[in-house]
Structures are given as C-alpha cells and as structure tokens.
Design a binder for this molecule. Structure first.
Ligand code: MN
Length: 395
C-alpha cells in the first residue's frame, strides 16, 4: 500500500469577506473546490460538492468510483441550486485526487478536474501542471490566440467553461498518474496561482520538506502578493512502502537551482513523466461501458485508406469540427485488422505527439505480429513511448 503524508490550508485572503473555497483532505481522497455565486451560493456550492464527493467516494479504489463521486456532486449541487431561489446559479470547481488501482492492478493517482482549480506534480525537482483549466482564456491559449502570459491578465480570465452544479450533467477530465517515491502533488485554487508564479511555487515545494509547512508558506506568499482571492492549498507527498507510517518521510528533496519547466504547452511537459506505454494508454475508449469523450484537440482516423491526424476545435466535441492536421504515409493495411474499427471511428489524442505515438504503436504491433508488409515504409513518427492520459468523460 502506498503511504502518503500531507498538509493543507484554506484562507480567505486579504480582500474578500468570505471564503468560498472548500477543502477536503483525508486519505485516500483530497480535493479543493472554489465556489461561485452570490448570497452564500459559492460557499454552499463548494462545501456541498466536497461533502457529497467524500460521502460518495466509497474507497473501492477505482477511478470509476471517483468519477461517480464527481457526477453525484454535480447532480446534488445542481438540484440544490434549482430548489432554492437564492442559490440559483451557484457552482463550484472541483479538483480531486485519490489513490486508485488501475486495470493492471497498480496503484496510481487519479486526478479529476472540472473548472480552473489545479493539480501539479513536483517530480525530480520539476513542477508539472497536471490539469488543464476549463476557462475561456485557456481555450484562447489552446487555440493559439493568446499566450499563457496574456491569459494571466486577460479581463475575461474569470469565465469558466465548465463547473460543478451549473448544468445537470458535466464533463470531467481524468488523469491517471503512476507515482513514485518522492513525488509531491499540489492541489490548489486559483487564488494561489494568480498571486504566486509557478517558479516560486516550485521553489517552495522543493525547499520545504514538511507538506504542512509548504502549504502554509504558499498561502502566506499568496497573501503577501495581494491575496485578492481565497487561497486553498493541499500538498501530498508519496512516501515509499518501507518508510514507517508515522515517521517523517525521508524524501530526497532536490534543491537543484534548475529552472522548473512550468510554462509552455502543458500537454507536452506533462507527457515527459508519464510512463504509460502508448499501447496501454490508448485502449482507454469505452472503459467500463462509459462513453469517453476527449476534449483533446487531435484525433487519428482514416481518409480512404490513409491514416490521417485531425485537429479539432478546442471548443467543440472533436468530430463536429475537424480539419486534417497531418497526412501520414501509413496505409490502413499496414496495421492489424483489429485496430481498423477504431481508426474508422476515429480516436482522440491530447496532443500531436500522442497521435504520433499512437500510430507508431500501431505499426509496432503489426510488426510484432509479422503482419506488416513494408516495414521500411514506416513514417518518421517520434518513437517516444510516453503520452498524456487525460481523458474527458461525460457524467
Ligand atoms: Mn478563486
């Protein structure tokens, strides 16, 4: 069993009169929620969302269980908002993390996100953002219309594109992260990231060994920098099995002054620490009979006999609006017949590199099965075996 050590703090900040953030931290479930809506709506929404999340997550240790908890959370907040006029329009973000057992029987961290609270991972001294904000400005960034820096000061940066409780159903992103000893996870509301630069967050997480100290310090920095919003921080450390549960984790905290890679396209930085073989990550569609939809902007499909990579519009469910991003020189008869139906249907990928990895894997599979006619015709796709595993599920 994985051992965790954690610390957390929520604070009203310097400017606001009420704290509309809520926090839940009790192994194996951790969550932050940032509520919105006047007349106490924000507080009610975030508190209720996490209460339902905790009650519903029955610790069966599956990602389906965590997704079900988020689904119920949404349904309850939505119902409450409909029933009470003063709470109409309330909603909340949720960023939740739990240890779950994946299909191969391995314990992994599952991170579910709706809205613009965030999850990060500090691994080997580098900070990686796990979640993608569901916000108007993030869509603009993804579409290449503004930079990440411009997004930080954009007048419409408060507009969310997804939230808990504002519609009867929601879409949630889920990431499964194979963790390792020394990993440090951070969950936080936007009140932290608006005030404290990612580089400073990374430096603090590297410096302060005790998770509670780190959480307190991050909140203090946000307040010192203006504290214009409520601030919530959870820091969760992965302690290896051998360590006694009550002992202070003997983590190696890297103090290397190397600049953390926190800016730039996240899906590309994120993939660098995921060790899923492309093969394993790709069979994600339709797990447990649930319909999975990718918000991912890319997809691999067929145009005639040719395998092509499509680019979707980030605002749309991919297939409503797609253009060909890249034509490969891979013919459908170069892959295993078993993979053809998936290609005919089209399969979404979070990034161009994961689309490449997927195609490379199809060819590898075919080659392994001795079914490939002209292995020399293999296109020059990157050979990396890591890919992001973010999938979006309708709940
Ligand atoms: Mn906030």
């Amino acid at each position: 069993m994985i051992k965790l050590s954690f610390g957390y703090l929520t604070d009203v900040g310097v400017v606001r009169e009420a704290n509309q953030d809520s926090v839940f931290a009790e192994e194996p479930l951790f969550a932050v929620a940032d509520g919105m809506g006047g007349h106490q709506g924000g507080e009610v929404a975030s508190a209720m969302a996490l209460e339902v999340l905790d009650k519903t997550f029955n610790k069966s240790n599956s990602k389906e269980d965590l997704l079900e908890a988020v689904r119920k959370s949404n349904a309850k907040v939505w119902d409450k908002a409909q029933l009470e006029e003063s709470l109409n329009g309330m909603g909340t973000t949720i960023t939740a993390m739990a240890t779950v057992v994946d299909e191969d029987g391995n314990e992994v961290m599952a991170v579910v996100n709706v809205g613009d609270s965030r999850a990060y991972l500090l691994r080997d001294g580098e900070l990686h953002q796990i979640t993608t904000d569901h916000s108007f400005v993030e869509d603009l960034v993804q579409a290449g219309e503004i930079s990440a820096e411009e997004a930080e000061t954009h007048p419409k940066r408060n507009i969310l594109t997804r939230a808990i409780g504002v519609e009867p159903t929601i879409e949630a992103d889920i990431d499964l992260i194979p963790h390792k000893h020394g990993d440090r996870f951070l969950l936080c509301s936007d009140g932290l990231v608006r005030e404290v630069a990612d580089s400073a967050i990374a430096a603090t997480l590297r410096k302060l060994k005790d998770p509670e100290e780190a959480a307190k310090d991050l909140v203090a920095q946000a307040k010192a920098n203006g504290g214009s919003d409520n601030i919530t921080v959870i820091v969760v450390d992965i302690i290896d099995d051998a360590a006694p549960q009550e002992a202070t984790p003997q983590r190696k905290v890297k103090t290397a002054p190397k600049a953390p890679k926190v800016k730039g396209p996240r899906r590309f930085t994120f993939r660098s620490f995921l060790f899923f073989l492309a093969a394993g990550a790709l069979i994600g569609a339709g797990v447990g009979g649930v319909a999975w939809y990718a918000r991912a902007p890319y997809a691999v499909g067929l145009e005639g006999d040719q395998i092509v990579i499509y680019r979707g519009h980030p605002d749309q469910v991919l297939w409503f609006k797609k253009t060909v991003a890249e034509r490969t020189n891979v013919n459908v008869n170069q892959v295993l017949p078993a993979n053809v139906p998936t290609l005919q249907k089209g399969t979404t990928k979070a990034s161009l590199s994961s689309a490449h990895a997927y195609i490379a894997n199809l060819l590898e599979e075919a080659a392994a099965a001795g079914a490939i006619a002209g292995a020399d015709k293999v296109p020059s796709v990157p050979t990396e075996t890591t890919t992001t595993t973010t999938t979006t599920v309708k709940l």
